[in-house]
Design a protein around this ligand. Structure first.
Ligand code: KG4
Ligand code: ZN
Length: 399
């Protein structure tokens, strides 16, 4: 192996990202071009616009990643690219470009599952912070991937240098990030909703509205059916332990009902018009209060408190069930402040190590893709020449 420099490319959704990572352990550069301004007026990702924006951004983003890393194309040992899950047209932009680069340089192309990438965002941070590598390489971990497209619990096991994953639980409908985005939209807040709700929740009473989550029932009609998430087609839900299943579509409806019952719709509609031009969530209490009534702030705080509480309860139930000594929490929602605080506190109380990516690597990026590719490069696991996009690629096996 030469330098161990891997160029990672990620275009699965609405960020065009490239990064150079050395031996899966040191980030030399990480560039993310966000498409938020493009999709914000629609309150969600528009697939056609995403592909077009990726096409526009891919060349400058890769160039910038190489320049910031101080690495020439000729110094690279491999190109890694997200092959799924994600939007087909968006994935194809990254895959096609990565293929061409790898072919021209005569270096291997490595395909990475986006979800495995999120898990490696945590492992990359641990390596960079110098935690004993041998200990980390031996110990299995419970991984919660919680993003706009996924809410999945895996057992991640290192085996002969490669990681294997078994699915323990997942959402049966919306992902947690999707619930954040939908609730933000119905309250007239900005897009994506997570950072807005995160910021506003600090100014509300989390116990004002008692939202509750019942255990998800694995009804017979779910057996064998592909769940209707943006995510992956994985094992039939009925085979998973119901204690580790999530459902976030109910709370969105409950928020909607609350808004209607308490006549908060007008306030939300007026706010939506004001927020349209605003890409940045409020930074201070004064800004939050200027934008929202106390009733709205309380509702937002209660929503977040309930969602984080449910993620916490089920994740630690799985941890206890497995006797896992550590938990990795990753994906866009793992950037959330309340989530980080409560998971860290619960871990401390139970003597379980809880690790997160750096906030910047919680949301989509390419450093995590380059990091996940390193064990594959070592094992000689390369992508076939006819690699194509797999929009519903699943990760691992079901336990
Ligand atoms: O991982 P990610 O960038 O893309 C996917 O793979 O889906 O996650 C994006 C999701 C969005 O739903 C966004 O609202 C949510 O992560 N998010 C947050 C926060 N920052 C981003 N949710 C809660 N709190 C945050 N601070
Ligand atoms: Zn993601």
């Amino acid at each position: 192996m030469g330098t161990g420099f891997i160029l990672g490319i990620e275009t699965s959704c609405d960020e065009t990202a490239a990064a150079v990572v050395e031996r899966g352990a040191r980030t030399l550069s990480s560039v993310v071009a966000s498409q938020i301004p493009t999709h914000a007026p629609y309150g969600g990702v528009v697939p056609e616009l995403a592909s077009r924006e990726h096409l526009r951004a891919i060349v400058p983003v890769v160039r910038q990643a190489l320049r910031r890393a101080g690495v020439a194309l000729g110094d690279l040992d491999a190109v890694a690219v997200t092959s799924g899950p994600g939007l087909a047209g968006a994935l194809l932009v990254g895959i096609t470009y990565a293929k061409a680069l790898a072919f021209a340089q005569g270096i291997p192309l490595i395909a990475v599952n986006h979800l495995e990438g999120h898990i490696h965002a945590v492992l990359l941070r641990e390596q960079e912070e110098g935690h004993g590598q041998s200990e980390l390489e031996r110990e299995p971990a419970l991984a919660l991937v919680v993003s706009g497209g996924h809410t999945h619990l895996y057992l991640a096991r290192p085996e002969h240098g490669l990681w294997t994953y078994s699915l323990l639980g997942r959402t049966v409908d919306d992902a947690a990030g999707e619930a954040y985005d939908k609730v933000a939209k119905l309250l007239g807040l900005g897009y994506p909703g997570g950072p807005w709700i995160d910021a506003l929740a600090r100014c509300g009473n989390p116990e004002a509205v008692p939202f509750s989550f019942a255990q998800v029932k694995t009804k017979a009609h779910l057996a064998g059916k592909t769940p209707r998430t943006k995510g992956a087609k994985t094992a039939p839900i009925a085979k998973l332990d119901p204690r580790f299943l999530f459902s976030f579509s109910g709370i969105k409806t409950a928020v909607l009902r609350y808004v209607e019952l308490h006549r908060m719709r007008e306030e939300a509609e007026a706010r939506a018009l004001r927020v349209m031009a605003d890409l940045r969530p409020p930074q201070t209490r004064e800004e939050a209060r200027a934008l929202c009534s106390q009733a709205t702030l309380d509702l937002v705080a209660s929503f977040q408190h309930a969602v984080v509480g449910d993620l916490l309860k089920k994740t630690f139930a799985a941890q206890e069930n497995l006797g896992a000594g550590r938990i990795l929490v990753t994906g866009g929602v793992a950037a959330n402040r309340e989530l980080r605080e409560r998971f860290a506190a619960e871990g401390l109380a139970r003597g379980v190590r809880v690790a997160f990516p750096t906030p910047a690597l919680s949301t989509d990026n390419a450093a995590m893709i380059a990091a996940a590719a390193w064990p594959r490069l070592c094992a000689g696991e390369f992508a076939p020449q006819d690699l194509t996009a797999e929009p519903s690629l699943a990760l691992g096996t079901s336990a």
